[in-house]
Design a protein around this ligand. Structure first.
Ligand code: HBI
Ligand code: FE
Length: 274
């Protein structure tokens, strides 16, 4: 059921700028914030931006991106133009039961968690302008598609994402969304994995950034520590700069196992810590 107005979400990281996306679309944005992917609205410049971002990022992946990401990337399909979500969903629903849904941009936490809990991944449907080629502060279609979607084809990672959504709804009930957002930030967005042949990125924020993909793996500046859920939930993050700390896992199975337990007692402990 479409409504003609939805509440604008709090923008990422508490910044003051209004969200980029058009959340009205003449009543095409539903109550759960999903909307059709307006494929006809993409210009040749938009398709060209996607192709250039895709080409640049692909060149960087060997030795920096985790094996599961590199293996799954071709599942996105089109590389010279913005892919249709319906085409990707043909393959994705068969692989792990996930489905991409278009959204106008960042959405409030409860609708976001609800979509994840139902194996629906919200993908922003607009793309950055050519002048924003090197950095955009709010996720656009390239961040969401290239960064997040390939790993949804990995069964263990896909199960983790669904569990995160379910956990998010519980966290919301306990007032622990900030702690859970930090866990999301340092794993799904900026997580690293120790492979037998070296350190690799699996976080979408790293994998979709040309600068941070090299920095996260090669730079001597940042701290890289084994993922510890309690410590991760106590580590603030900055959305506008490279991370000072990266958390490292050994495998997606370990990530799933670490985050499977009920966090309620953890939230209680966190509330007692300074
Ligand atoms: N909305 N569309 C979209 N995509 C996200 O990744 C997203 C969001 N809203 C909130 C959010 N992420 C994070 O704050 C989560 O930790 C909840
Ligand atoms: Fe993201």
């Amino acid at each position: 059921m479409a409504t003609d107005s939805v509440a604008l979400p709090v923008v990422y990281g508490g910044s003051t700028r209004p969200p980029r996306g058009d959340y009205s679309r003449g009543g095409q944005v539903a109550l759960d914030y999903t909307c059709p992917q307006n494929y006809a609205a993409y210009t040749e410049a938009d398709h060209n931006t996607y192709r250039r971002l895709y080409e640049r990022q692909c060149k960087l992946l060997p030795g920096l991106a985790c094996d599961e990401f590199i293996a799954a990337l071709p599942s996105l399909g089109a590389i010279d133009r913005i892919p249709r979500f319906d085409d990707i969903n043909e393959r994705l629903t068969k692989a792990t039961g996930w489905r991409l849904v278009a959204v106008p941009g960042l959405i409030p936490e409860v609708p976001f968690f609800t979509l994840l809990a139902n194996r629906q991944f919200p993908v922003t449907d607009w793309i950055r302008k050519p002048e924003e080629f090197d950095y955009i502060v709010e996720p656009d279609i390239f961040h969401d598609l290239f960064g997040h979607v390939p790993l949804l084809f990995d069964p263990v990672f896909a199960d983790h994402m669904q569990a995160y959504g379910a956990g998010g709804l519980k966290a919301h009930g306990l007032g622990a969304c900030e702690q859970l957002a930090r866990l999301y930030w340092y794993t799904i967005e900026f997580g690293l994995m120790q492979q037998a042949d070296g350190l690799r990125a699996y976080g979408a924020g790293i994998l979709s950034s040309s600068g941070e993909l090299v920095h996260a793996i090669k730079s001597a500046e940042p701290q890289r520590i084994a993922l510890d859920v309690l410590r991760c939930m106590r580590t603030r993050y900055n959305i506008d700069a490279y991370q000072q700390t990266y958390f490292v896992i050994d495998s997606f199975q370990q990530l799933f196992d670490l985050t499977a337990p009920d966090f309620t007692p953890l939230y209680a402990r966190l509330n007692m810590l300074p």
